[in-house]
Design a protein around this ligand. Structure first.
Ligand code: DAH
Length: 337
């Protein structure tokens, strides 16, 4: 009975010693097991109550165990750092040394910012395919077969049989897809990639556009101006905006929208080519021909549309001078956004 007790004490002591983290722990263990009125000494004190023939055995065992525990304590003490070295305390408020954060690509950031404004204006986001029918990319948008935009130099065709499938050259075909499937009222914005056979410091064969379309019974040119003004003032705070007559096959009347040059403030510079203005987007009232192509009666509906290049907006907002920087994945560039 007492032998088992001693064995049990020994096991516990060895376990606790092995798990002690510092000298203070060891000191406490020492007192607990070897202290005058504690465990082993208590057993030794009770030896006199045992039958006479058992006394020597228990006495020897208790003393042997005491020595073993002492040895273990000494051994563990050597393993632990000297007590004058405190364990390092952890300051959880310290910033980490260096965490390499990822970032959202500047084009995605710009695109999100643009979309955000239109969501607040009540528009819905939709997307369309990058591989598109020529009929949606061109014909349905009233871009007739001899239009220069159809030139092989601009378009990547996928099937050369009759040039039916291509990489969309703009996001406008999504207008057609949505109008074919839904009846007005419509308020959509379409972000996405577009492709043109073009590559230099201001053109990339793949770039991003955001398209907008609003169709309802009563829509005026004033609505178009109101929405685009609100949008541009969100992106370029307090900037001066101008609407200039232009032409697109799918809108009539059409405009190009300019803002005061963000670089020179209007006095004329290299970026605005001396004009003091920067062209920002194309827009217009949806051409009745387009409505007919999607099965809407132009007598019933009016609408406006717009399209803008995300890279261009980003370039003008941040004063970037080479579009290729967006696609080279150089961290020295990307880290700045
Ligand atoms: N799709 C035209 C382009 O890629 C941009 C554009 C202009 C879109 C006028 C429109 C618009 O919806 O009304 O150059």
């Amino acid at each position: 009975m007492t032998e088992d007790e001693i064995e049990e004490i020994k096991k516990k002591a060895i376990f606790e010693i092995a798990n002690a983290l510092n000298r203070k722990d060891l000191e406490e263990i020492k007192i607990e097991y070897l202290g005058r009125k504690k465990r082993l000494n208590e057993i030794i004190r009770r030896i006199k109550d045992l039958p006479i023939d058992k006394r020597p055995l228990i006495g020897q065992l208790a003393n042997k165990t005491k020595r073993e525990i002492e040895e273990q304590l000494k051994r563990r003490e050597k393993e632990l750092p000297p007590s004058r070295y405190k364990l390092p305390s952890i300051d959880v408020t310290m910033p980490p040394a260096h965490l390499p954060y990822g970032r959202i690509h500047p084009i995605t950031q710009m695109s999100n910012q643009i979309i955000d404004v239109f969501i607040r204006l009540g528009f819905e986001i939709v997307e369309g395919p990058e591989v598109e029918y020529s009929s949606y990319n061109f014909d349905a948008l009233n871009i007739l077969p001899d239009h220069p935009a159809r030139d092989m130099h601009d378009t990547f065709y996928i099937e050369d049989s009759e040039g039916e499938v291509l990489l969309r050259t703009h996001t406008s075909p999504v207008q057609i897809r949505i109008m074919k499937e839904h009846k007005p009222p419509l308020r959509i914005v379409v972000p996405g990639k577009v492709y043109r056979r073009d590559a230099d410091i201001s053109h990339s064969p793949m770039f991003h556009q955001v398209e907008g379309l609003l169709v309802d019974n009563e829509v005026s040119f004033a609505d178009l101006k109101g929405v685009l003004n609100a949008f541009l003032h969100e992106i370029f705070k307090g900037v001066e905006v101008r609407f200039r007559p232009s032409f697109f096959p799918f809108t009539e009347p059409s405009v190009e929208v300019d803002i005061r040059c963000t670089v020179c403030g209007g006095t004329g510079c290299r970026v605005c080519k001396g004009t003091g203005w920067l062209e920002i987007l194309g827009a217009g009232m949806v051409d009745p021909e387009v409505f007919k192509n999607v099965g809407y009666d132009p007598e019933d509906y009016l609408g406006f549309a717009f399209g803008l290049g995300v890279e261009r907006l980003c370039i003008l907002k941040h004063g970037i001078d080479d579009i290729r920087l967006f696609f080279e994945n150089d961290l020295r560039f990307l880290d700045q956004f």
